[in-house]
Every structure is written in structure tokens, then in C-alpha cells.
Design a protein around this ligand. Structure first.
Ligand code: UDP
Ligand code: MG
Length: 314
């Protein structure tokens, strides 16, 4: 490591013109207070349709150490993050955070200090969060349930915000997969981690760029890319139903052989059984489809993103 460690801040940006000026200001304050580190920022403009691109270009022209990757269209938060990390490989440590200041930039020095203290990765853990209603319920359900059901459980209440050392960034960059779920991959690559807790803020301005639908898809990626449990559950469910069917069959055959009348009633039972089993089978096909679709996406080997223009990268 160089005597003056180089720290990169990777920030995905999608329609954030309302927050960028304040973000720049707050980052500058932090950089000024830490002259012993060399600071670079890697912004990914993920196909913004507002003035974010112009604001980032102006910043890159004015502030040395600013890198801007401009996507050819909107590829999504995860791709933007992956692109940023791919262009931060020369940093000794890399902080990943959102642009909207829900992850307070003032926490960055603490993350860096934890890393200087020997941690290979540092997780920012939310003590509290400001979201309300359906969004909040969704986040909580995910962390209480889905986040644990995978083979590499993600730390409770962690998200994108955190720090990776150079080796961890290299490990992350070497992963070829398309459906990326950053917190899960961070758990998967291993390394020791330290935790810093913080209060998650309200978005500084503007609307969440991640729609609820996207968040649901993101959560599903988290489950399907890290767990075979849905498939296993189906197997168990199938076994139970088969066992039940077998027992019921034995019962009816025995009854018939012993000479009891089997009256031709039982339409309700039949209808329920047919509908129930039909439903279970459709769910089964759906779950298979989730895996198969992901396999298809990987096999196509399309890149995760396309960069139209790079500024500030050598
Ligand atoms: N973002 C992005 N591409 C997208 C959606 C979001 O780069 O398609 C960025 C966004 O600018 C922000 C971060 O990803 O910096 C998180 O987005 P948001 O705040 O909307 O998500 P949430 O806080 O609800 O997870
Ligand atoms: Mg946000």
C-alpha cells in the first residue's frame, strides 16, 4: 500500500440532479478534512434523463480524481455499481454508496478508519431507517425472511453502503454473473468484515429511482441466485402430496376389496384435488422458470452494461 492510500468512492447515479450539488459539497468537505488519503470518485451515469450528466461532466472538468462512466441507456443500479467497481481497481480501498445521501457521506471516514484498523471489508449497518409504508414493510420482510433463506445469509440491515479493500474489489470484479445482488455477492466473496452502525436518512431530494417492482425483482435475484431452497421446497411438497395420494389410494382400494360400496359422490373432493394439484404444478413450473431464465441470461453472455463515454479514467 502506498504511504498515501488511495480511496475510491463508487456512486451510481440515475436522475439525481436534485441531490448532486449537495452530494458534491458534502464529499468535498470530507475530502478536505482527510488530506492524508488520496480521494477519487467514480460516478456511473446510468442513463439519466435529467441534468445529472451535465452536472457530472462539470464536476469531472473541475475536480481532479473524478471519473465518470456514462452508460448508453439505463441498465439498473446493480450494473452501475459493477461498472464503478470495475473502474476503481487501482484504489487501495473502495467505498460503495448511493447518490441520494440516504447513506450519509459523513460516515466515510469511519469506514476508512475501520479499514486502516485492519478490516478487509467494512459494512455500514442501519440502526434505523426512514422509509414508511409498503416499501418499509418490504425491506423488513426481506431481511427477516428472504435474506436468511439463502446459503450465504446477508448481514441483517446492510445494503450497498460499505467499503471493500483492493483484494475484495478484485474478487468482485472477477465474478462473471449477470444477475447481480451486491449484498449477497459481498457475503459470498468472504473476507473479514467490520461493522459500523448508522441511521439511514430520508432521501435528500427527488423520488426513489428504484421502483417497487424493481426492488421486488432485486429481492428475487437475492433469493434465486443464492439458494436452491425454492426447488428443494417443491421437492418436499411433491413428496408430501405423493405420500398423501398413495395413502388415500390404499385406503380406497382396500375399502373396495373388502366389499364396501363406494358411492359416486365426492365431486367436491375431486374438484378441490384437481385444482389444488394444478396450482402446485404451476407454481413448480414458475419456480423452474425463474432458474431457467437466469441460466438463459448467463448463457447469452451479453455484457452487464455498455459505456458510451468515459471521462477521467486513464
Ligand atoms: N440508481 C441507478 N440506476 C437505476 C436506479 C437507481 O443507478 O436504475 C441509483 C440511484 O441514483 C441511487 C441508487 O442507485 O444512487 C439507489 O437508488 P434509490 O435511492 O432509488 O433506491 P433505494 O434507496 O430505494 O434502494
Ligand atoms: Mg435511495
Amino acid at each position: 500500500m502506498s504511504p498515501r492510500p488511495r480511496i475510491a468512492i463508487v456512486i451510481p447515479v440515475f436522475n439525481e440532479e436534485a441531490v448532486l450539488p449537495e452530494l458534491f459539497r458534502r464529499l468535498d468537505t470530507i475530502f478536505a478534512s482527510r488530506p492524508r488519503e488520496e480521494w477519487i470518485t467514480v460516478f456511473t451515469n446510468d442513463g439519466s434523463r435529467d441534468r445529472s450528466g451535465a452536472l457530472l461532466a462539470a464536476r469531472a472538468a473541475a475536480v481532479p480524481g473524478t471519473r465518470v462512466l456514462e452508460f448508453s441507456r439505463n441498465f439498473g443500479h446493480q450494473s452501475a455499481l459493477a461498472a464503478g467497481l470495475a473502474h476503481a481497481a487501482d484504489a487501495d480501498a473502495t467505498v460503495t454508496m448511493d447518490a441520494d445521501m440516504q447513506d450519509p457521506p459523513e460516515l466515510i471516514p469511519q469506514l476508512v478508519d475501520a479499514w486502516l484498523g485492519g478490516a478487509e471489508t467494512v459494512l455500514a449497518v442501519r440502526r434505523s431507517r426512514q422509509e414508511a409504508g409498503l416499501r418499509r414493510a418490504g425491506f423488513e420482510a426481506f431481511h427477516a425472511f428472504f435474506g436468511r433463506l439463502t446459503d450465504f445469509p446477508i448481514e441483517n440491515n446492510t445494503g450497498t453502503f460499505g467499503l471493500l479493500n483492493r483484494a475484495a474489489v478484485e474478487a468482485f470484479n472477477s465474478l462473471p454473473e449477470k444477475h447481480r445482488f451486491f449484498p449477497g455477492l459481498r457475503a459470498w466473496i468472504g473476507f473479514t468484515h467490520a461493522e459500523i452502525s448508522y441511521d439511514r436518512q430520508e432521501r435528500a431530494a427527488g423520488q426513489p429511482a428504484q421502483t417497487l417492482r424493481r426492488l421486488v425483482r432485486y429481492a428475487l435475484d437475492g433469493v434465486f441466485s443464492f439458494s436452491y431452497l425454492p426447488l428443494r421446497l417443491l421437492t418436499y411438497c411433491g413428496l408430501c402430496v405423493a405420500l398423501l395420494g398413495f395413502t388415500a389410494g390404499l385406503y380406497f382400494v382396500a375399502k373396495r376389496l373388502l366389499g364396501y360400496e363406494t358411492a359416486v359422490t365426492g365431486f367436491t373432493t375431486l374438484a378441490i384435488l384437481v385444482l389444488f394439484l394444478g396450482g402446485v404444478q404451476l407454481i413448480g413450473i414458475g419456480v423452474l422458470g425463474e432458474y431457467l431464465g437466469r441460466v438463459y441470461d448467463e448463457v447469452k453472455r451479453r455484457p452487464n452494461y455498455i459505456i458510451r463515454r468515459k471521462t477521467g479514467c486513464d
